[in-house]
Design a protein around this ligand. Structure first.
Ligand SMILES: Cc1ncc(COP(=O)(O)O)c(C=O)c1O
Length: 407
């Protein structure tokens, strides 16, 4: 009889991991009721404006502007930096679609740089050969909440006079050498979509230390209005409407107090899980970098080595773990393979000398995407040490019965 749940055996775990979004109570209910009764449900109301202040303070930025989501925040930032047609922007391929679609949306050309094998973040040592006189910006993505090498990226940006827009969608509360992510480059972009560590269902924010950039972003997200004149129907900038609603603001403000406790729990569980996974010959955890002073662990990332597990391919291993009750995910695929890059809409904005994306091959991201990279989402890390032990024990079970997975 089969032991593995994928083959009809009993799953190692039947209890669900903590659901997300999970933490809410009277604080959120009262805040929403207050908005309901106030008659101000949107358009720069007190909750949205308070959130801007709260979030800037929490992340350590001079300014923040809450917006509708973390896709639009990137688009607003690139527009505010005057990035557009013919400009090139250096992006990683191991990220969510929005990091790249925002560049295309502005009519600019995404240029992909390979990633580091031991963080899955963009590899700063491979950026410089991609820079030319069309390059305007770099978008480092702090994948899973672990900071990119911001020392190296900022040094390159300074040398070549490039903007740095940190895609910090996973990084509320994360720091690099004690400094909040999203405040090291020219600006940061955050997402509060349903799966994120701080969430209002949908939502996002930009952060910056520059008053000029803040003013531009504020105006663009507010229909391009002139904030100096204050005249309602005066629109000197080409803007959009990406204002945060009061419902979003109220929920976000209520959840801010829970952030630090959540991060402490996730860091503690991540340390325990890392210790357990280090015992397994077919799993490689990341090397610690002491400059990564705080990791919000939106994702717990690691590598799978099939050669040490009877050549069971990644996808099969993931399916076997899922059947055992462990919500393991196979992670991103290299973004340059997405059809959006060769879509008629993309062709309309890309110049003739744009890269032929289907011909691009970056070895590390392909190995991580196809064979090695996997992750557990942050709410799993809100459980206890026994919940972490179940993950390692389920992997051991799959390893010990790997023959059952051979076709
Ligand atoms: C790295 C990254 N960038 C940008 C976004 C876009 O954020 P949103 O879903 O709020 O538009 C996400 C969200 O999943 C993300 O993970």
């Amino acid at each position: 009889m089969s032991k593995l749940a994928l083959k009809g055996g009993t799953p190692l775990r039947s209890e669900p991991y903590p659901a997300w979004p999970m933490t809410h109570g009277d604080v959120e209910l009262n805040a929403l009721k207050k908005v309901l009764d106030s008659g101000v449900w949107g358009t720069l109301g007190p909750e949205a404006m308070k959130f801007n202040e709260n979030f800037a303070k929490y992340q350590g930025a001079n300014y923040a502007v809450g917006m509708t989501n973390g896709t639009v925040t990137l688009e607003v930032l690139l527009r505010a930096l005057d990035i557009g047609r013919g400009d090139e922007v250096i992006v990683p391929p191991y990220t969510f679609n929005a990091t790249v679609s925002s560049v295309l949306f502005l009519g600019a050309t995404p240029i992909f740089v390979d990633i580091e094998s031991d963080t899955f973040n963009m590899d700063a040592t491979k950026i410089e050969p991609l820079i030319n006189d069309k390059t305007k910006a770099i978008i480092p993505v702090h994948v899973g909440g672990r900071s990119c090498d911001m020392d190296a990226i900022m040094a390159i940006a300074k040398k070549h006079n490039l903007y740095v827009v940190e895609d910090a969608a996973h990084s509320v509360g994360s720091t690099w050498k004690g400094v909040g992510l999203g405040t090291i480059g020219d600006a940061g972009s955050f997402s509060f979509q349903n799966s994120k560590n701080l969430t209002s269902g949908e939502g996002g924010a930009i952060t910056t230390n520059s008053k000029e950039l803040y003013d531009k972003c504020f105006s663009i997200h507010h229909c391009g209005r002139d904030m100096e004149s204050g005249i309602w129907y005066d629109h000197p900038f080409l803007g959009t409407n990406s204002r945060l609603t009061e419902w979003q603001g109220a929920i976000l403000n209520s959840q801010m107090d829970r952030l630090d406790q959540h991060i402490e729990t996730r860091e503690d569980n991540a340390a325990h899980l890392t210790k357990r996974l280090k015992e397994l010959p077919f799993i490689e955890t990341f090397k610690e970098d002491e400059r990564v002073t705080r990791n919000a662990y939106h994702l717990f990332l690691f590598k799978y080595k099939k050669a040490a597990n009877k050549d069971i391919p990644k996808q099969k291993f993931v399916e076997a773990l899922q059947a055992e009750g462990i919500p393991l995910a196979p992670g991103y695929v290299p973004l340059y393979r997405q059809a959006m890059l060769t879509s008629p809409q993309a062709k309309r904005v890309l110049n003739a000398d744009a890269p032929s994306y289907p011909d691009l091959h970056l070895p590390v991201v392909e190995r991580i995407g196809d064979e090695e990279g996997m992750w557990l989402v942050h709410n799993i890390l809100l459980g206890n040490h026994k919940d972490m032990d179940d993950i390692a024990d389920a992997m051991i079970k799959v390893y010990e019965n790997a023959d059952e997975l051979k076709d």
